[in-house]
Unconditional design. Structure first.
Length: 413
């Protein structure tokens, strides 16, 4: 288990930006979740006939020029464009202007599970079908996992550290935790951290063949509901989200608005994914207790939990068991993937943004569609309707099917 040295410099959040199926501002996404809206529908980024009737949470009518202007977007594939847009929104929200980026280093830590897997598939198909000489050089530049991080650094003139984290669905939250580690260790003064993931047939088909998607339900078609008694899998989504992290000193020196703080972080890995969910939930429970220890607070200090639950029967049960083991069962728990889908690398950053908005507004979104909670979960689940909360600190968890997991303790600015 890795964690942040709590004795080092404090880390604050000075801005955030996101785009997903429910909107392009944290206020709009949070309001949609509080209203019980979900962003699911038939896919348009690949043929609906290929989706086998499954719904997805797609960023519909995505027009990156609206945010990025008329500069040449050809070098960026869909993952890169989603990431570039979220980065643009985060930079504007935090006050990191073009001039400031010229004068001061700003890095980027991007979390992603598949990054440009569609581009990789297209490059391979074109080379096989038409011959290697017809494979696109533009596609080739996006066939590496760190392509999106490099592209947005070029696009936004980010001259600091540039890293890509790939730990499955935990990637985005892991990126934020790693970014906090760099700042606390004095290896960076400011950076953006978050994640990005695009919808494409290649990743969809992989989840379909792995039997990870929710089974179609005549009563609730296309709906994957975390912690529900009838849950049978997830529904894929897409998007990108970044928070701007700075040392307290850096933020204070430039008079930046602080919207949140990173209090503690820890990560772990559980290779025993085949064990019964009712047994001790080793890794995630250790990550949660590690994050709390890093923050220097007990579990009772956490006023709300944003769980990474996505509707998977075993993963939801294991996460619930970990939360109970680490902090008990009396803390309010929500799951934003009920509205935005399983956005993989982007999910952890979206969760952090929604929790910060919840702490600021005093409203914790309910779990969209949760009408029949699984009694075996035994948590204080926020079902459908938002719940008023009076809390200054919260826990965000991330858990991936292959065993990666992490936890982050955040507080209001």
């Amino acid at each position: 288990m890795s964690h942040v040295n709590g004795a080092a410099r404090g880390v604050v959040i000075t801005g955030a930006g996101a785009i997903c199926s429910l909107g392009d501002t944290r206020a709009a996404i949070h309001a949609a979740l509080c209203d019980g809206r979900a962003g699911f529908g038939a896919p348009t980024v690949f043929g609906a006939d290929l989706s086998c009737g499954y719904d997805v949470a797609e960023v519909r009518d995505f027009a990156p020029q609206t945010y990025l202007g008329e500069r040449n977007l050809r070098p960026l594939d869909r993952t890169g464009r989603l990431a570039a847009v979220a980065a643009e929104l985060a930079l504007a929200d935090s006050g990191w202007s073009v001039d400031r980026r010229r004068a001061h280093e700003l890095g980027v830590i991007l979390g992603t599970m598949f990054c440009s897997v569609r581009t990789i598939g297209e490059f391979d198909r074109r080379g096989q079908q038409a011959g290697p000489e017809y494979a696109s050089p533009l596609d080739f530049s996006n066939t590496v996992l760190n392509a999106a991080a490099g592209q947005i650094a070029i696009w936004h003139n980010l001259r600091g550290v540039n890293s890509t984290i790939s730990t499955g669905a935990a990637s985005g939250l892991h990126a934020i935790g790693y970014g906090a580690q760099l700042i606390r260790a004095g290896r960076a003064a400011a950076l953006m951290a978050g994640g990005a993931e695009e919808l494409c047939f290649e990743s969809f088909y992989g989840f379909l063949r792995a039997n990870l998607l929710s089974h179609r339900d005549a009563d609730r078609p296309g709906c994957a509901v975390p912690f529900d008694a009838r849950r049978s899998g997830c529904a894929l989504g897409e998007g990108a989200a970044f928070v701007v992290l700075e040392s307290e000193e850096t933020a204070a020196n430039r008079g930046a608005r602080v919207i949140g703080r990173i209090d503690g972080f820890a990560a772990a890995y559980d290779p025993r994914q085949d064990v019964d969910a009712r047994r001790e939930p080793y890794a995630l429970a250790h990550a949660i207790t590690g994050a709390l220890a890093d923050a220097g607070v007990p579990g009772s200090a956490v006023g709300a939990v944003s769980a990474s639950a996505n509707g998977s029967p075993m993963q939801d049960a294991r996460e619930a068991s970990a939360i109970r083991a680490a902090i008990g069962s009396r803390t309010a728990v929500t799951a934003v993937k009920s509205g935005v889908g399983e956005t993989l690398g982007a999910s952890g950053a979206l969760q952090v943004m929604m929790m910060l908005e919840s702490l600021q507004t005093g409203r914790l979104p309910g779990i969209v569609g949760l009408e029949d909670p699984d009694p075996a979960i035994d948590l204080d689940l926020v079902a459908v309707q938002p719940r008023p909360i009076r809390a200054s600190r919260a826990l965000v968890t991330a858990s991936a099917v292959e065993g990666n997991c992490c936890a982050l303790v955040v507080s209001a600015g």
